[in-house]
Design a protein around this ligand. Sequence first.
Ligand code: ZN
Length: 481
Amino acid sequence: MNPSQNALKNLPKTRVELHVHLDGSVRHETLWELAKKKNMKLPGNGTFEELQDALVIKNPVDLTHFLQPFLIFTQYIAGDLDAIERIAYEFCEDEAKNGVAYVEARYCPHFWLGTTDFHGKLKELGEVVSAVNRGFQRGENDFGVKANTILSALNGTGTIKDIVELCKKFKGDGVVGLDIAMNANDKSETYVEVPLNQEEIGAYEEARKSGIHRTLHAGEAGGAEMVQRALDVYHTERVGHGYRVVENEAIYSSCKEKRVHFETCPWSSYLTGTVPLGVRKHPIVRFAEDGVNFSLNSDDPTLTGRTLRDDYVLAASWGLTEAHAIRANLNAAHACFLPDNEKAQLIKKIYKELNIKLPVSEDSVDSESSNHEQRVYIRFCGALELALRGYDESDVSENMGVYHELIQFSAELDKDLQIHLSQTSAFKVIPKIVENELLQCMLEVYHDEVHKEIKHADYVAIIVVETTDVSRKFQLVIVLR
Ligand SMILES: [Zn+2]
């Protein structure tokens, strides 16, 4: 490892990026080199400057216009597994420079297949995914950036079936979710952002049943009703962009209430023509002021010609404060598609990098001298959620009985705890206080691992958070103080 790699690896990293297209995050220099090496057609007179000029969007028109450069440079990469691995590796280096601790980079494997015939190519698509995974693995080792991928289908092209298959095949091996992105060949006039396409809806349902996470572009090229449709029909867990949700107060309030996560992208929101720069209040500012669950992301650096840092600078110029930015990253960490234990590790790492002491940690629970003043510790209870998932209202089993009892404790809210929680933007919370007896019962039924932590806590509350998933799924969070 060379000294600059080492410096990048040791750089404090506190950002979490959830919406960035790997196939739109290729360095201009790399594209230039690849095109030259392969003797492929370059724009204009073939100089680097002219390539760069053709790649970066200067004037906002619409999403179709924004995506046009993909039609120039995708051919330089397609079918070249070494180039794909290199791009993934370089991406990690760039993310390290952006201070990113964890990224979920999305891409469309079909783009990089090297053929326009998408059918029956699962093996080849799998090789593309493996090449990205190799690049990310090396990148993680050398630059200290953890990277997973979301696989994107191309809207209306029948690619979604392959994508779900690939998500299943690579689940736990670098791939954490799926998405649908606009095809650069789509025409703005006829484009439906979240179509009522049975194949795509069915694929999202299949993904849900298979435990594959889902995000979906909505409220960017389309209006607020597309966001509603993405949530109601596709059961997406996060929304890509979502700016135009503010056009409908009812939908906006409901998203705010349900803690729907919006993956916002400042520079791209301008360059795609979605939100003009002169707008009185950018929706991202509104999200920040209203405590909406959102994150800050870079979308397509190849096309915006900007880095994630620039996105933070732009958002700050609109009025986002340091606190808003930190919240956005914690929102992202909570909304990411990592398994619960890895998510908890990520959140812990961010606090550590921010030099904020977590009140209860594995190392401090046994220490008598640990500080009791502000011991608040929040964690997701995956096992508890799992145990409750699938039970319906008519369920009279012992587990459901415990659950109902938890709900009944809602009257006994602890005011201090409530205030503390209302100040964290990560959850929309309804605390339920649990008496020891009931807690004990719950612990016996579900939770060996939490027992250790609870033993050392001064106070325990159970929180039920309704998720955007309509399948009666509740996210349970335990707070210890
Ligand atoms: Zn996108």
